[in-house]
Design a protein around this ligand. Structure first.
Ligand SMILES: Nc1ncnc2c1ncn2[C@@H]1O[C@H](COP(=O)(O)OP(=O)(O)OP(=O)(O)O)[C@@H](O)[C@H]1O
Length: 132
């Protein structure tokens, strides 16, 4: 441990190190996209929603809602995946506490998806009324 009470060592700030850090984060997102079936569904929904919003000519205000709604789902999904991997390291075999942790993290994804759905419906509704 260092003087800040963490195991992280104090490193000098460099642009190269920040770029490397960014590339690790991109590797994490890439891994989630390649391996998580739920992420494939989120990706499909994200692309569908973006295309529909472009077609309907969303205002910047409405894009804001859409971006926030999509971001919370991706945020929850990536954290959930990280949690699952961590749980498997902590306890590769069945453990009641691991089941609780994984199910609660999955619940967070569900909450975010339902919230995004409500935001999406409320944002799209006025446009769809105009079209019909
Ligand atoms: N090591 C473990 N100990 C206890 N329970 C576990 C463990 N691994 C998974 N579980 C539980 O078993 C159930 C099924 O797990 P699984 O990971 O297959 O869930 P899933 O959400 O269907 O998977 P995926 O997200 O890959 O589609 C969940 O309730 C999960 O919490």
């Amino acid at each position: 441990m260092n003087e800040t009470g963490t195991t992280a060592t104090r490193k000098k700030f460099t642009v190269a190190a920040r770029l490397k850090s960014f590339s690790y984060a991109m590797q994490g997102i890439g891994f989630v996209l390649r391996t998580q079936h739920n992420a494939w569904l989120h990706l499909l929904a994200t692309l569908g929603v973006i295309m529909l919003a472009l077609f309907l000519g969303f205002t910047p205000d409405d894009w804001r809602w859409l971006v926030v709604a999509m971001a919370i789902v991706w945020f929850a999904e990536t954290i959930n995946t990280a949690m699952e991997y961590l749980c498997d390291v902590v306890s590769p075999h069945y453990a009641e506490a691991v089941k609780r942790a994984k199910d609660i993290a999955a619940g967070a994804v569900l909450i975010s998806a339902v919230a995004a759905l409500v935001v999406g419906v409320l944002t799209f509704l006025p446009y769809l009324k105009q079209v019909s």
